[in-house]
Ligand binder design. Structure first.
Ligand SMILES: Nc1nc2c(c(=O)[nH]1)N(C=O)[C@@H](CNc1ccc(C(=O)N[C@@H](CCC(=O)O)C(=O)O)cc1)CN2
Ligand SMILES: Nc1nc2c(ncn2[C@@H]2O[C@H](COP(=O)(O)OP(=O)(O)OP(=O)(O)O)[C@@H](O)[C@H]2O)c(=O)[nH]1
Ligand SMILES: [K+]
Ligand SMILES: [Mg+2]
Length: 459
């Protein structure tokens, strides 16, 4: 498999730190010729004679021309990120110097790395499995504590451990079944069917928990889009500003103030909510407002969650119910929020809209905004965010787990119906295949290229 991957034997180089001016820029190399290449630019020491995990200060030179004064960190195979010889050159943070150093390294035999190629090599050398490598990309992309935690959990092998346990148990069992097949004339049963039944049952439970965690995983990784919709002057823009603690949107007592949608991100307890303030929904003759209303409807359809906001003073219960039917038609997760309770008072509001499951607030004076935030969290997370448990955040893993679940169901059905060992063995192999697919034990080159191409260069 390794031989087919193009250029895996090359020595690769890339800038590991962001482009642009910084205090220091780190250039990373990995591959067989790493030390040989850098040695030619580093006259002060013979790096091949230095121990792994040592650092060396000196001038980097291309012939007589001094390029920079640098710090070199040496990682000798297999004790490096990629498992190959790795050198990191910390040079001065000028983009010009960095380009020049990289260019010189390519002149001496290194090639520019493709996106994710360092991590791909770590995977190919067995330093990381596929879920761990994918978690590296997730960690780089993480923007909340919750997404950081899940990614770190998976880099440490949290997800792989769960899958490996399942896989190992299934493998040992399938070995017994296959053994039975060799003795098929003699009608022996090496594999204890009731123990197997238990194993399948346990595996089904683990798989279904993992599958269920995907919804939360999605929330953690991608955030939740929340459309704030309602009639003009309900106080939608006021609510956006209050939630953000910032005067982001224009508020006025003129109905139809908001024309275009406004999107802002709010972090509540580590979950990112993408709040979308929309134009108040009404029939209008104003061409621009009509477009705004169409956009509101579109945003409502696209959102994960709809906040239907209404003015408790202006709206009648019948009006509310009509509006509510429209929201329910969208088949969306929604929250009903009665605003401006400061005017008629909370009790009167409760009486007016009793039994409608409304949360009453006063956006302008921040009343019950904390309750609203908690409701938002409750809507998307059942219970607390338990990032200590394994949470599936990756659609590829989810799809494979669905196949695992299907094959487990088939195995169980097979056991129930006393299916012969050879047929059972087929289902077990299918199950093992999809488990191995997730961690990368079974995969193909194109898939790997695709997965790693999503990384940034230098990673
Ligand atoms: N300078 C630097 N910082 C970095 C990285 C890096 O590659 N270089 N990392 C890149 O993502 C992350 C840290 N991850 C790393 C994981 C493994 C190894 C490594 O050398 N592992 C060897 C040696 C372990 C040891 O000696 O204790 C190994 O696993 O064999 C290095 C970094 C973040 N910070
Ligand atoms: N008394 C009271 N007034 C509020 C409250 N929230 C908003 N308002 C007022 O209601 C009016 C309309 O507020 P906006 O936030 O512009 O309403 P909107 O829903 O965004 O309106 P459009 O963008 O026109 O659809 C403003 O005068 C606000 O000050 C509240 O909790 N109590
Ligand atoms: K308004
Ligand atoms: Mg508005």
């Amino acid at each position: 498999m390794l031989g087919k991957l193009s250029g895996w034997e090359d020595t690769i180089v890339a800038l590991a730190t962001p482009h642009g001016i910084g205090a220091i820029g780190v250039i990373r190399l990995s591959g067989e010729k790493t030390i040989e290449i850098v040695n030619q630019l580093f006259p002060s020491k013979d790096l091949s004679q230095q121990k792994s995990h040592t650092i060396h200060v000196g001038f980097l030179k291309d012939g007589d021309k001094v390029l920079d004064e640098v710090v070199i960190s040496l990682f000798k195979n297999p004790k490096s990120y990629t498992g190959e010889d790795v050198i990191e050159i910390s040079c001065h943070g000028s983009p010009f110097i960095q380009e020049q150093v990289i260019h010189t390294l390519t002149k001496y035999g290194a090639r520019l790395a493709k996106p994710g190629e360092f991590t791909q090599r770590a995977f190919l050398k067995g330093k990381l499995d596929l879920t761990q490598a994918e978690a590296v990309a997730d960690l780089i992309a993480s923007n909340t504590e919750a997404s950081q935690k899940t990614a770190l959990h998976n880099i440490r092998g949290g997800f792989s451990t769960v899958l490996k346990e399942l896989r190992d148990q299934l493998i040992s069992f399938s070995a017994l079944i296959e053994l039975e097949l060799d003795f098929s004339q003699e009608d022996v049963e090496f594999a204890d069917r009731s123990k197997f039944y238990e194993l399948i049952h346990r595996s089904q439970k683990v798989t279904s928990e993992l599958l269920q965690s995907f919804q939360l995983g999605n929330v953690i990784k991608n955030g939740v889009s929340v459309a704030i919709v309602g009639k003009p002057n309900a106080g939608k823009s006021t609510l956006l500003n209050t939630l953000l603690n910032e005067n982001r949107a224009i508020v006025s007592d003129i109905a139809g103030t908001t024309r275009d949608t406004i999107e802002e991100v709010l972090n509540i307890n580590g979950i990112l909510f993408r709040l979308i303030d929309t134009a108040g929904i009404r029939k209008s003759t104003d061409a621009i407002e009509v477009i705004g209303v169409e956009k509101s409807m579109e945003k409502m359809q696209q959102a994960d969650l709809v906040l239907y906001l209404f003015d408790v003073n202006a709206e009648s219960q019948t009006e509310l119910e009509t509006a509510l039917q429209q929201v329910q038609q969208q088949n969306k997760n929604y929250l009903l929020i009665g605003n401006k309770v400061d005017v008629i008072g909370e009790e009167a509001a409760q009486q007016k809209f009793s039994g409608d499951g409304v949360l009453f607030i006063a956006a302008k004076s921040h009343r019950h905004i904390d309750v609203l935030k908690q409701r938002l969290i409750d809507k998307v997370v059942q219970g607390t965010v338990q990032t200590e448990n394994t949470i599936v955040t990756n659609a590829r893993h989810y799809a494979a787990l669905q196949e695992v679940e299907k094959s487990l169901n088939d195995i169980k059905g097979g056991l129930d119906n006393n299916l012969p060992g050879d047929l059972l063995a087929l289902d077990i192999r299918r199950c093992l295949h999809f488990l191995g697919d997730i961690t990368g034990e079974i995969t193909n080159e194109d898939r790997l290229d695709y997965i790693f191409s999503k990384f940034c260069i230098g990673k």
